[in-house]
Design a protein around this ligand. Structure first.
Ligand SMILES: Cc1ncc(COP(=O)(O)O)c(C=O)c1O
Length: 350
């Protein structure tokens, strides 16, 4: 297939499955195992999650990040409740209204700087809704870590937001579709950037970091999520052959592949950003802290560059594009791509 030979910076879900995790699935393919999570692979994977997120953590495997977000919210919010998140958050703009339809709650998008919710704007939005029977009840703050703009909340920022949320009687959800990239960027453990900062429930991503259709809801606060087994089943996300999701997580955690993959993707983004900064006509438009790079380019470069490497135009109004690196993005791919861009820049100036 043509597509497979063209380098991809379109998304981290354009990459394939890490070969070691495919091997884990092959090993799990021997013989039969009881379905719906009553298998030994699931029990072992749940144990590994508890090593990272705490002994009291409960884990629910699902197949998409959207399902993780929606079912996590459904578990902690009612239809009269409001969920506050960045106005670029995946659950606000890219889930086709699934949180509203499934959880029934109102999702309130708050303007951000570089994708990160800031306390003053959040406080204002919550205050606007609080205490009035006419408005949805403030119930959840949802933070994407890393954010949709490729930035990473510092632990202190999460702690402050969680402190505010809890003081209001609200809960903290973290959309961790790229939590591994955030942990690698911060040099901290998964527990240190979630549980230890007051996060109550996490959508834990695997698919963007080398797994196949393997995401998880991690309930950190043991008083929450009692209905999740039924919510997941009703939400059509209880996989009968769940052992193939769980088997991947065994390889992911036992061999620290989560960290290895995320570090590599982050390094490739840093390499790309540093090359872009040296090219006349290109401006990197957001801090590069995980595995995403946003940049503005001369509009006439976009089509020829997309012939070479796939990527998305993020904001056509200002000719801003997004590049996402993966666990298997190579230095050679980055250098060939930025070389192509440098050639376009030189052509323009001669
Ligand atoms: C931050 C974030 N959360 C959630 C998702 C949802 O993942 P999925 O496409 O598997 O539903 C994505 C996917 O792009 C994402 O970027």
């Amino acid at each position: 297939m043509n597509e497979s030979v063209k380098p991809m910076l379109a998304s981290d879900n354009a990459s394939g499955v890490h070969p070691a995790l495919f091997e884990r699935m092959m090993a799990a393919n021997a013989g039969h195992a009881i379905g719906y999570g009553a298998d030994a692979y699931t029990a072992s994977a749940e144990r590994l999650f508890r090593l990272h997120f705490g002994e009291q953590a409960k884990v629910f495997f699902v197949t998409t990040g959207t399902a993780a977000n929606v079912l996590a919210l459904q578990a902690i919010a009612q239809s009269v409740d409001a969920v506050f998140c960045a106005d670029c958050a995946h659950l606000y703009v890219d889930e086709c209204g699934a949180p509203e339809r499934m959880a029934g709650c109102k999702v309130v998008g708050v303007a951000t700087t570089d994708g990160k919710l800031e306390l003053p704007a959040l406080e204002e939005a919550v205050a606007f809704h609080a205490g009035l029977v006419h408005r949805s009840r403030p119930r959840v703050v949802s933070l994407s870590q890393a954010t949709e703009r490729g930035t990473v909340y510092q632990p202190e920022e999460v702690r402050r937001i969680a402190g505010f949320a809890h003081a209001q009687g609200m809960l903290v959800h973290m959309d961790g579709a790229r939590l591994a990239n955030a942990a690698a960027s911060l040099g901290q453990s998964l527990g240190a950037i979630t549980r230890d900062l007051g996060v109550d429930i996490v959508s834990f991503g695997g698919t963007k970091n080398g797994l196949m259709m393997a995401e998880a809801i991690v309930v950190i606060d043991p008083t929450l999520g009692g209905a999740l087994p039924s919510i997941r089943k009703q939400g059509m996300q209880l996989a009968s052959k769940q052992r193939f999701i769980a088997a991947q997580y065994l390889g992911y955690f036992e061999d620290d592949l989560w960290l290895h993959n995320a570090r590599h993707a982050n390094r490739m983004a840093a390499r790309l950003a540093s090359a872009l900064r040296a090219i006349e006509g290109v401006r990197v438009t957001a801090p590069v802290e995980a595995n995403m790079v946003f940049a503005t380019l001369p509009p006439s470069w976009i089509a020829p560059l997309q012939q070479h490497t796939a990527f998305h135009v993020w904001n056509p109004r200002v000719s801003e594009v997004r590049f996402v690196t993966s666990f298997d993005t190579s230095e050679r791919d980055i250098d060939a791509f930025t070389g192509e861009m440098a050639r376009l820049a030189t052509r323009e100036t001669v």
